[in-house]
Design a protein around this ligand. Structure first.
Ligand code: ZN
Length: 195
């Protein structure tokens, strides 16, 4: 079947699909808000300006259009017949950018959760179920984050205790040596001055 849109029309149409505040994005925002979550939109300070971020949980949510982000095996991810190479190139670039962004965010300690447009296209009940699952995933990630923080805090604490122990042992050793060798006070202070 030939593409009924001219390349320019196709371009305008596609850029509209890609824009911010798409319908799936709004569904996710509303659903999370209704479940008591608070989030930031398109945080500029983070790689890829994720659609939603929930700093409290350390979660970034990407709401991906199936065509633009080439959802594997998805019926909405079919490429336009005309200008095939152009779209293929563009979609490949998007895919690469998604991978880089995810890796970057994860390196910064964020959990990245991707929601696909097709998951939000069904009946209302199915959409709500998907958002319930998302809420659950967010809470899980938040608990992992908290556990990580506790572990880091414990590690710092034990490192400090270890340092204190070493100092204590050194002091004990010095005390022991000066007891055995009876170093006169004068020499001790003199050697300190040389240091
Ligand atoms: Zn899809």
């Amino acid at each position: 079947m030939p593409d009924i849109l001219t390349p320019l029309q196709r371009h305008t149409c596609m850029s509209r699909i890609r824009g911010k505040d798409t319908k799936p994005e709004i569904l996710v925002r509303r659903g999370l808000h209704a479940r008591g979550f608070r989030f930031r939109l398109h945080e500029r300070k983070l790689p890829g300006k994720p659609d939603l971020t929930l700093p409290k949980y350390g979660v970034a949510v990407m709401v991906n259009g199936c065509f633009w982000h080439s959802h594997k095996g998805c019926r909405y991810a079919t490429k336009p017949k005309s200008n095939g190479e152009f779209w293929e190139e563009k979609i490949k670039r998007n895919q690469h950018r998604d991978e880089v962004t995810t890796a970057h965010l994860e390196a910064l300690g964020w959990t990245v959760i991707t929601i696909w447009e097709c998951e939000l296209r069904g009946k209302e009940a199915a959409v709500q179920t998907r958002i319930d699952t998302l809420a659950w995933e967010i809470i899980q990630a938040g608990q992992m984050k908290k556990q990580g923080q506790t572990q880091r805090r414990l590690a710092r604490l034990s490192a400090r205790q270890e340092r204190m122990l070493i100092v204590q042992r050194q002091n004990d050793l010095e005390a022991e040596i000066s007891k055995v060798y009876q170093i006169p006070q004068k020499i001790k202070t003199a050697s300190k001055e040389i240091d």
